[in-house]
Write a protein that binds this ligand. Structure first.
Ligand code: ACO
Length: 329
């Protein structure tokens, strides 16, 4: 069989216009810019407007990625959509996106792996391309976390934002931007540390679930923090070993953007100087699965990435899930 290598053909992202600053949140709950900045690094986040939904964010990010890849939407033969805030429980938001961007009647489905959703979806896209199931896969991660955020809970509402990132995955051109490998894992025994309790089959919507505010994200931040640092370090080291690379070979780390303290701790453990770590949590907050592809699209657009450089993607999220991948630019 032909030795096909999957690569990133183009990147794109989109964040909604409306910005919510720490000063804005100070007016909503008992918090301060000082607390949010020192504990999380976040200064502001972008928030969807009332008329938009998750698929709308994905439309812009997808169109930007297709344009960047110089790929017409008619060439896309699979859409994988990573989200934990789908437009509705079903059909998949991938199908809604397919309709909105005018893609043909191609395979379209959602992936739910929270902040790791993009790397999970990217890994599937790599397999699809390399075994010739599909030629051009649109991988999108979009979330409107503001829609499941409890704006009366100061322990969570300061953390999240809305946005979307996308890439087109296809046969690598000139052996560039090749997805060398990935590592995915999960520990379902810790599902209760981070979840949205109601609205599913276990607890369908009732007046009681609404009164008890169970349709909002709940998190044990402290426990998640410790597990995040450990799991992201392990995920990075595992994928590097899988690809026969060492920490020092990495030119750019693109971590999930949950908290600047988590990113700093990860960088320290990987011996990565901070100038080799892409950080945008300050301006977007945690955008779940969209964090990594937004950062990747920003890094790509910055012109700082050179051919042959090693890029490490690394994420951690609800599930609990973890995921890492290596791209040779
Ligand atoms: N403003 C002021 N005080 C606050 C706020 C706030 N917004 N939030 C919490 N506090 C208080 C607490 O009540 C607590 O007070 P107490 O000591 O009197 O009880 C104190 O600050 C410390 O609270 P901690 O929870 O211990 O603070 P911590 O330093 O752990 O920071 C945070 C909390 C930012 C949530 C951190 O734990 C974190 O980032 N966790 C990981 C989040 C994450 O990675 N999520 C994964 C992905 S998300 C996804 O998959 C969708």
């Amino acid at each position: 069989m032909e030795n096909i290598k999957a690569g990133i053909l183009g990147t794109g992202f989109y964040v909604p216009d409306k910005i919510l600053t720490n000063a804005d949140i100070e007016k909503m709950v008992d918090t301060s810019d000082e607390w949010i900045t020192t504990r999380t690094g976040i200064k502001e986040r972008h928030i969807i407007d009332d008329k938009q939904t998750t698929s709308d964010l994905a439309v812009f990010a997808s169109q930007n990625a297709l344009k960047n890849a110089k790929v017409d939407v008619s060439e896309v033969d699979c859409i994988i959509f990573a989200t934990i805030t789908p437009d509705m429980p079903f059909p998949s938001t991938a199908c809604i996106l397919q309709d909105k961007i005018g893609a043909k009647t191609v395979c379209a489905f959602d992936v739910n792996a929270a902040c790791c959703g993009f790397i999970y979806a990217l890994t599937m896209a790599k397999s699809f391309v390399e075994n010739d199931t599909f030629k051009k896969v649109l991988v999108v991660a979009a979330d409107a976390l503001s829609r499941i955020t409890d704006w009366t809970d100061r322990t969570t509402c300061v953390l999240f934002g809305d946005g979307a990132g996308a890439v087109v995955v296809g046969r690598a051109i000139d052996n560039k931007r090749v997805i060398l490998g990935s590592y995915l894992g999960a520990d379902g025994s810790a599902w209760d540390l981070l979840n949205m309790p109601a609205g599913g089959a276990q607890s369908p919507a009732t007046h009681k679930t609404i009164d008890e505010r169970l349709h909002f994200l709940k998190m044990n931040g402290n426990s998640v923090f410790k597990l995040a640092v450990r799991a992201m370090t392990n995920a990075a080291e595992t994928v590097l070993a899988k690809c026969n690379l060492k920490n020092k070979d990495v030119d750019l780390v693109i971590p999930h953007q949950a908290n600047l303290r988590i990113i700093n701790a990860l960088a320290q453990r990987l011996n990565a100087p901070l100038e080799k770590v892409w950080i945008n949590v300050t301006k977007y907050g945690n955008v779940s699965g969209a964090s990594v592809p937004i950062a990747m699209a920003e890094a790509d657009a910055s012109g700082k990435l050179e051919d042959g450089q090693i890029v490490l993607l690394d994420a951690f999220g609800a599930g609990l899930t973890w995921a890492s991948a290596i791209i040779r630019w």
